[in-house]
Design a protein around this ligand. Structure first.
Ligand code: D41
Length: 670
């Protein structure tokens, strides 16, 4: 039980904290907490005030919508306030929202919702008079924003004049200004090159770009807008639905979300949320959730709004991709090619949907740039399947007596000297296969799924085998006996037999997989596939020189050099000979005819396939001579769109690329 005094105290504490964070975030643009931490504090305060309304004060941050306007820009009072959105984080709360809507409307009927991604940018209101953009204002606190008209005019996707002949006297189009991920990455590379501080995330970069007093700077920033609503409207009737309003502004030349969909009922909304969540990382911009709006405007008006948010809309937020935690240690990992990678050991934190306890620090330059030290509190980011990353140190939380971290000059595993080639960021152990860490990694790679695909030979087991001195290189794997294996700790007779059988089965592979498994530096899947289909035999590849190699697709001068060096090394030849002697083999490669159906064509698969798996489809396409790419560009020849295909399909249509169905693709295969 919390006492009255405790709640009073906590509420006051929360108000002070939130006000401070507001100031840091909005005014001096230097956040000290993650958005999700802020949201948590904000929600906690709202809860307390909801349970005990007598604790609500006039200066509570819950009583205004966002931050406050900077005074360097003129202030603008919105003709119609820009509302904010309430959040939910789970199914239960979304169902409760839907139930509330139906209770208020006094109906049991299923509601029609307009669903769209919640972009992580800055809300903006564009005012058009007689179709001409006359004013652009940030949302500010919802009532009063900043006049950023000159800056917004520089954004290419913002129409300066609406097109068509059904333009009202006055209309305010509302939307979100964002910086697409690609533009953000390019901008940050430029920032670092120019010795400037990189931006923490696309949202901060968009905010910083819009707040420039010099609009020439804004003009050079890759900003875009997606529109999601209307404000004031004079000289025209309001459309009957949100979706009709969106179609109308799209005709006027405003960009709306290509993901906008009408959904019947909350279950369809939940499916949309799940599917968009899966595609989150493949979208070209950051999103932090889904916005659902009752489509019918009459119903919207009946529902109205409470204090700051409409009752007819809700944001379902995805798990935060950034959280704060503490660096407990920094360790060095030695990779397959000897690269020394510093890794931060973190106090475990739930971020991006999983618990994270390690984050890569990449290299010494990155550590220096971010000045990450043991004991620091840091913001950690995890987006999708990418390796968790330390975004930024929270300097105000740095304890006393921390020290700079330096990558050692001696390999922590084998004591060999560490080398760093002039102009390269990566430090490498010079021990080669003398270094147990490099041996372990080489063997793990050899056995991995995309290489020889040895079932049941996991990383831990490889480490155990090397540590016990049972294997030193990949060829040793095939000499392992059931007796040797079953003598290992935690290994029973049955697992030992299974592993020997799996090793046997893995011997029958494909030429490209074998080449990939060898772990030649820089020779990835695409390169080894090209090598296999070009040279057809190991003998031919063995004698190829660099000139012959760079003629081939996916092979540049650097990898060509690594390939030649690899085959020139005596011990590599010995390992290869022993592998072949152990019975490693593959079916003869057939030259893909130049006139093969898809020879030289680039194909992109998107959406869910029904008849065969993605990897099966990919294999078959490759066999027909196609290249299979992950994203749609002008170079794409065909897009195969399965069920629920999304932005890639839209992009293909925009670029005029031939779109095929799964059954069209199956016809190719036959
Ligand atoms: O993508 C967004 N961030 C987004 C924000 C969106 N797709 N729709 C939104 N709809 C609204 C209402 C329902 C109030 C018209 C919003 C926002 N508001 C919003 N953005 C910032 C505060 C509120």
């Amino acid at each position: 039980m919390t006492t009255q005094i405790e709640s009073t105290q906590r509420a006051s504490e929360l108000r002070d904290l939130i006000n401070k964070y507001n100031y840091l975030y909005y005014v001096i643009d230097n956040p000290e907490v993650t958005d999700s931490e802020y949201d948590r504090l904000f929600n906690e305060l709202k809860q307390i005030e909801h349970k005990q309304p007598e604790l609500l004060t006039a200066d509570s941050p819950t009583q205004r919508v966002g931050g406050r306007a900077l005074d360097k820009f003129n202030q603008i009072t919105h003709a119609i306030p820009m509302l904010s959105l309430d959040n939910v984080f789970n199914t239960e709360d979304l169902n409760a929202f839907d139930q509330r809507v139906r209770d208020w409307l006094n109906t049991r009927e299923v509601q029609v919702y307009a669903a769209e991604p919640k972009l992580d940018g800055l809300a903006i209101s564009l005012r058009y008079e007689q179709g001409i953009l006359v004013q652009a204002a940030t949302r500010g606190d919802g009532a009063v924003g900043e006049d950023v008209t000159v800056n917004v005019r520089t954004i290419p996707t913002v129409p300066l004049k609406l097109i068509g002949d059904d333009i009202p006297d006055v209309v305010e189009v509302r939307g979100e200004i964002i910086m697409p991920k690609a533009g953000f990455d390019a901008l940050n590379i430029k920032q670092v090159e120019e010795g400037k501080k990189p931006f923490v995330n696309p949202r901060n970069a968009a905010a910083g770009s819009l707040r420039q007093l010099d609009s020439k700077i804004t003009a050079n920033r890759p900003l875009a807008i997606y529109c999601y609503g209307l404000g004031e409207l004079i000289g025209m009737d309001k459309p009957a639905t949100h979706s009709a309003a969106m179609k109308m502004i799209e005709k006027w030349g405003c960009q709306i979300s290509p993901e906008l969909e009408l959904l019947e009922g909350v279950d369809a909304c939940l499916r949309y949320i799940e599917q968009l969540g899966e595609r989150r990382d493949s979208l070209s911009y950051d999103i932090d959730g889904v916005v659902l709006k009752i489509d019918n405007i009459q119903l919207q008006q009946r529902l109205g709004f409470v204090s700051r948010a409409p009752r007819w809309a809700i944001a379902h937020k995805f798990p935060a991709q950034e959280e704060m935690t503490v660096v407990e240690d920094i360790e060095i990992q030695v990779g397959r090619t000897g690269a020394l990678t510093p890794v931060a050991r973190l106090k475990p934190v739930f971020v991006g949907g999983v618990t994270v306890s390690n984050a890569t620090l990449h290299n010494q330059d990155e550590i220096d740039r971010k000045d990450v030290r043991v004991g620091d509190t840091v913001i950690v980011r995890r987006a999708g399947d990418v390796i968790p990353e330390v975004v930024q140190v929270v300097m105000s939380k740095r304890p006393e007596q921390t020290v700079n971290f330096k990558i050692p000059s001696i390999c922590p595993i084998c004591d060999s000297e560490v080398e760093r080639v002039e102009g390269e960021a990566i430090a490498r152990c010079s021990g080669g296969l003398y270094c147990p860490a490099q041996r372990k990694e080489a063997i793990k790679h050899f056995a991995s799924r995309k290489a020889m695909d040895v079932d049941g030979l996991g990383d831990k087991l490889v480490e155990q085998l090397v540590d016990e001195g049972l294997i030193n290189d990949p060829a040793d794997l095939f000499q392992l006996t059931v007796e040797q294996l079953s003598s290992l700790e935690r290994m029973g007779e049955k697992s030992a037999v299974n592993l020997v059988n799996a090793l046997d089965a893995s011997k029958h592979t494909r030429f490209s997989r074998f080449l990939f498994a060898l772990g030649i530096r820089e020779a990835g899947e695409a390169t080894t596939r090209s090598l296999a289909s070009h040279f057809l035999t190991l003998g031919a590849l063995n004698v190829a020189n660099e000139d012959a190699l760079i003629e081939i697709e996916d092979v540049g001068p650097i990898v060509a050099h690594h390939i030649v060096t690899f085959f020139h090394q005596e011990h590599n030849q010995q390992v290869i000979d022993r592998l072949l002697a152990a019975g490693v083999d593959w079916p003869e490669e057939k030259k893909i005819a130049e006139d093969s159906l898809l020879s030289g064509k680039t194909v992109v698969l998107t959406g869910t396939l029904e008849q065969l798996s993605r990897s099966e489809a990919k294999e078959k396409l490759l066999a027909l001579g196609a290249k299979v790419a992950g994203s749609v560009s002008a170079k794409t020849d065909y897009v195969v769109a399965g069920r629920d295909a999304g932005s890639k399909l839209t992009k293909a249509e925009k670029l005029g690329i031939t779109v095929m169905s799964e059954s069209d693709m199956l016809a190719w295969f036959n």
